[in-house]
Design a protein around this ligand. Structure first.
Ligand code: C2O
Length: 536
């Protein structure tokens, strides 16, 4: 196994989009940022220097970080932010994961422009469980604001209203993906959008799905894939069509009923090397159009997410020690006393938007990271009473009484015993509106054993659990107005954020934290914090 060292300089850079030049925060002046290409088993050492005017941290989305929680990255959860002018070095090893992951800033809305791909090739000496593709191309789907995204979120935080939707989607910085007739290309598709689930397709070409979130899948063929923010999907295309140019396209699978969304389409072009050239003086030949589902095509999205299977019998936990039922949804906070309603309470009916899990709207600490507080026994930073089930159960299919809309703001964590087998039912509440929530768990991959619409009903739905070959992922896209059941073994000590990967929701508190005990024994113990660990 190799060790790879990278230098990341976070800095303002001129980036041109939508005919305007923006002073965007980037890594090393690149947008998207540098691709990290490694093998399973390798170690990465990434030294991050912050030359921007914002606090920053970098998260390695989906990397298990086994016993290296100090390198996970979410601000105030595993570390204090890297202040302007400061630096921090992340060190971690890829353990057992192969496929595509990505890295992104984990501080406010900086990840709008601070992100890049992580490509994990098979362990040295081993190969893909499918024929080696001729080429590989990472495709990062992003979301773009014509304003500075940091101003967009600052404005929403001040007013209590919803932030403006984006103005465009992006694919890399690019556009042409070359291919030779008969060749295959492994497209590593990453949804780096802040707030939008996306459909993705390639005109006239079948997509053979072979992996997601750096776990292999039983291959299957489809026209369209759907990715929630945070998710990755590896697909293979074969150049078996007439030599020409074909659109690669992505657009919204709209998450909330009735809520505004960015309905633009972004494209790149798959170009056969022998595609005919325009005649002299003629304009460019238009690529062949891609057909995408309509924005609310839930049938297509569901067909895709429920088609994912592990390649063979999976090690799904079956002796559950910890069973949690966690509601995931919006809420509204009353205008705080003293606030100027017209200025600071511009949510519905003079409220402020909030989000919660089990009615707790998560508040990040500010004086210490949770990990440091936990490790060093610093009192007063968090409480351990995050509830294993919601305070009141109700009908989650809509028309929720307004009395249930108001969450409690607090920093509550849930303690899991090291090694325990955990099941979490994630239930969308449909408070205010039925929504999608891409729920991401740090530090773990989990099996998605079932998903469905409406209210989860244990008696009825247990029969649907796939305990044989469910997909292993780090982010589950909860069906709009539905639920999902995930299982994992708590075998990684640390403080692990679980949150909705819509940045608008995480800002409103749609998060909680698991503390996995780091008691005695080598596996339970964390490495000590590195010497350059940022303090608050
Ligand atoms: Cu991709 Cu907590 O994040």
């Amino acid at each position: 196994a190799n060790t790879h060292s990278y230098d990341f300089v976070v800095q303002a850079t001129k980036v041109k989009r939508l005919c305007k030049t923006h002073n965007s925060i980037t890594v090393n002046g690149q947008f998207p940022g540098p691709t990290l290409e490694v093998n399973n088993g390798d170690t990465l050492v990434v030294s991050v220097v912050n030359r921007a005017r914002y606090n920053v941290t970098i998260h390695w989305h989906g990397i298990r970080q086994i016993r290296t929680a100090w390198s996970d990255g979410p601000e105030f959860v595993t570390q204090c932010p890297i202040r302007p002018g400061a630096s921090y070095t992340y060190r971690f090893t890829i353990t057992g994961q192969e496929g595509t992951l990505w890295w992104h800033a984990h501080s406010s809305w900086l990840r709008a422009t601070v992100y890049g791909a992580i490509i994990i090739h098979p362990k040295e000496g081993s190969s893909y469980p499918f024929p080696k593709p001729t080429r590989e191309t990472p495709l990062l789907l992003g979301e773009w604001w014509d304003a500075n995204p940091m101003d967009v979120i600052a404005e929403a935080t001040r007013t209590g209203g919803a932030p403006n939707i984006s103005d465009a989607y992006t694919i890399n910085d690019t556009v042409i993906v070359p291919i030779g007739s008969g060749e295959t290309n492994l497209l590593r598709v990453i949804n780096a959008a802040l707030n939008q689930q996306l459909f993705f397709t390639v005109a006239n070409h079948k997509l053979t799905v072979v992996g997601a979130d750096a776990s292999y899948l039983k291959p299957f063929t489809t026209d369209t894939i759907m990715l929630g923010p945070g998710q990755t999907t590896d697909v293979i295309i074969t150049a078996d069509q007439l030599p020409a140019r074909y659109y690669i396209a992505a657009q919204a699978y709209a998450s909330a009923q009735g809520a505004p969304f960015d309905n633009t389409t972004t494209t790149a072009v798959l170009e056969y090397k022998t595609a005919p050239c325009p005649a002299k003086g003629g304009g460019p030949i238009k690529p062949i159009n891609a057909t995408l589902p309509v924005f609310n095509d839930t049938a297509t999205a569901t067909k895709f997410t429920t088609s994912l299977r592990s390649p063979s019998k999976a090690a799904v936990p079956t002796e559950i020690d910890e069973s949690l039922f966690i509601t995931v949804g919006l809420g509204l906070l009353n205008c705080p006393p003293g606030a100027r309603a017209s200025r600071n309470c511009q949510g519905p009916n003079g409220t402020r938007f909030a989000s919660s899990m089990n009615n707790v709207s998560f508040v990040l600490p500010s004086s210490f990271s949770l990990l440091q507080a936990h490790q060093q026994g610093i009192p007063g930073v968090f409480t351990t009473d995050f509830p294993a089930s919601p305070p009141v159960k109700f009908d989650y299919t809509g028309n929720v009484s307004q009395a249930l809309w108001s969450p409690q703001r607090a920093t509550k964590v849930y303690k899991l015993k090291f090694g325990s087998q955990v099941e979490v039912v994630l239930q969308g509440t449909s408070i205010f509106t039925a929504e999608n929530h891409p729920v991401h768990l740090h530090g773990y991959d989990f099996y998605i054993v079932a998903e469905g619409f409406g209210n989860f009903n244990r008696k009825r739905d247990t029969a649907k659990f796939n305990l044989v070959d469910p997909p292993l992922r780090n982010t589950v896209s909860l069906p709009v107005g539905g639920w999902a059941v995930i299982r994992f073994v708590a075998d990684n000590p640390g403080t692990w954020l679980m949150h909705c990967h819509l940045d608008v929701h995480i800002g409103w508190g749609l998060a909680m934290v698991f503390i996995v005990d780091n008691g005695v024994g080598e596996l339970q113990s964390l490495e000590p914090p590195p010497a350059d660990f940022p303090v608050c």
